[in-house]
Ligand binder design. Sequence first.
Ligand SMILES: C[S@@+](CC[C@H](N)C(=O)[O-])C[C@H]1O[C@@H](n2cnc3c(N)ncnc32)[C@H](O)[C@@H]1O
Length: 311
Amino acid sequence: MKRLIGAQLWEITNWLEAEISKAEMGDTVGFVIPNPDKRVDADNGNPQNTPPYHSWKAWSDLAELLYCRMLTPQPLNDNEVLLRYQKLDLSDSFHQSREEDKREKYGTTSRFATIQKNEAPSFLFAFRRALLQARIEARRTILDLGINSGDEFDMIRKLLDSDHWQQMQFIGIDHSPSAIEKAQARFPEENVTFHCHDINHLNELPIPKADLLLSIGTLQSPGIDFKPLFMSLIQNYLTKEGAVILGFPNCRWIDGEMIYGAKAPNYAFPEMSLVIKDIYFCKKYLQQHRFRVTITGKDYLFLTATKIGGR
Ligand SMILES: C[S@@+](CC[C@H](N)C(=O)[O-])C[C@H]1O[C@@H](n2cnc3c(N)ncnc32)[C@H](O)[C@@H]1O
């Protein structure tokens, strides 16, 4: 078994990259590392004597960067641990869906439906921060575009006390019939309404202006003309004092794992130009219309806008 005791990250990375490139999808690569819990304090007087230290976070980051899943570490003795990286199946991703009915690309039988975004800490923290920043408790009408089966409403329901929840009106829109059917079953409450409809034709729906407009991972979808739709939403579907939360994926879901970095059509590696361009467009537009705008998050970037001098 390869021992990486005392090795520096450069050497570790080179060895792992070579081993993983030879492995098949689903195979594991095992190696022995110093137990990170037994960190040796830095020798300030003699820095060369301090062995390289890698935390569990560093090992977990490295697994993600190498498109691997870190399996449960196995202690070999007090000071050494067997670590295993499992190579992810790069073809297993909802991004590569071949669903014939385009509306069902994210339906209940799709690979996307197996993802539990609300269980990913980096998503939960960023979304919760955005909701608090938008003063969710002071809002009355929430319009969610691309609601899918309702996870975003589920998080809001957890965040609010039940009196607040019941006094608010929630409207969710998505063009996937199966996702909307599931959402309706999850939220039978009278104050929650779902429409199975194309976001490009919102004018066909009897929906009121919202004081929180919410959309995660949807406005950049194929078939949506991002900029005109975004501007029309602000002009026609938001109250004067309304707030906006837009979530932009800065990750891909591969073999059940959330991998950092935006998916880019023409690159084999994550590339952020498109997501940064779209976020910056929204930020500028909203600032020109007297909104205060923040951009937060990591694997999902959240643009949150509230009216200057408003609620
Ligand atoms: C990547 S999923 C995001 C779903 C959910 N907001 C989330 O973050 O888990 C995009 C959603 O937008 C929906 N969608 C895409 N284009 C649409 C359109 N033109 N009209 C209505 N819904 C659309 C899809 O069906 C899907 O549920």
